[in-house]
Design a protein around this ligand. Structure first.
Ligand code: ATP
Ligand code: MG
Length: 180
């Protein structure tokens, strides 16, 4: 399983539809300051369901929608599609390629799709829960985050390990069941 492509449309500085093709192995994105490198990483967090504006380096969720420049009017919606190569069947779904789309409008309305069919965020989270991507997003290591892992309290560090081991999903399900 590997990330195959990422398409951004109206997401942050990417006003026009832009597709990045990703190969297996390491991909480097290089560019001058402010050219949108971190926005690409934000797009991956966002399409996988990130709900916090701060985690996306904005003040409110609407800040992910292209806000306009001197030469270009603001847009009404942001859309990101992440395509994952699933030819090894790592994701529990009968497709060799899985596209996840998230769309958001200025009024706050949003939608998710798996391979073009509307779904809930929960469906995406379940699909990815054993894959090592998604949910708590510890696969995206931001600047300074390594320090916070090293300096975290033992309980928090345990949560990181449990997530990596795939135990967290079962713990969350158990907690939910006990609340009922
Ligand atoms: P650095 O090398 O400094 O880390 P970077 O390549 O990571 O830079 P980003 O932080 O990804 O750059 O991009 C910042 C740019 O994105 C800024 O110019 C900012 O104005 C623009 N930007 C962010 N949100 C929006 C938005 N909603 N609409 C338009 N432009 C936006
Ligand atoms: Mg950056």
């Amino acid at each position: 399983m590997h990330l195959k492509s990422l398409t951004l449309k109206g997401f942050k500085s990417f006003a026009s539809a832009t597709t990045l093709r990703l190969e297996p192995g390491i991909t480097c994105v290089v560019g001058p300051n402010g050219s949108g490198k971190s926005n690409v990483v934000d797009a991956i967090s966002w399409v996988l369901g990130e709900q916090g504006a701060k985690a996306l380096r904005g003040g409110k969720m609407e800040d992910v929608i292209f806000a306009g420049t001197s030469g270009r009017a603001p847009l009404g919606r942001a859309e990101v599609t992440l395509t994952i190569d699933n030819s090894d069947g790592a994701l529990p779904i009968e497709y060799s390629e899985v596209s996840i789309t998230r769309r958001m409008f200025r009024d706050g309305a949003g939608e998710y799709e798996i391979n073009g069919s509307a779904c809930r965020l929960l469906d995406i989270q379940e699909l990815l829960s054993d894959s090592g991507i998604g949910r708590e997003m510890h696969v995206i290591v931001g600047q300074g985050q390594l320090d916070s892992v090293l300096q975290s309290r033992p309980e928090d560090r345990r949560a990181y390990i449990e997530e990596a081991a795939g135990v967290l999903k079962h713990r969350k399900r158990k907690e939910k069941a006990l609340r009922k």
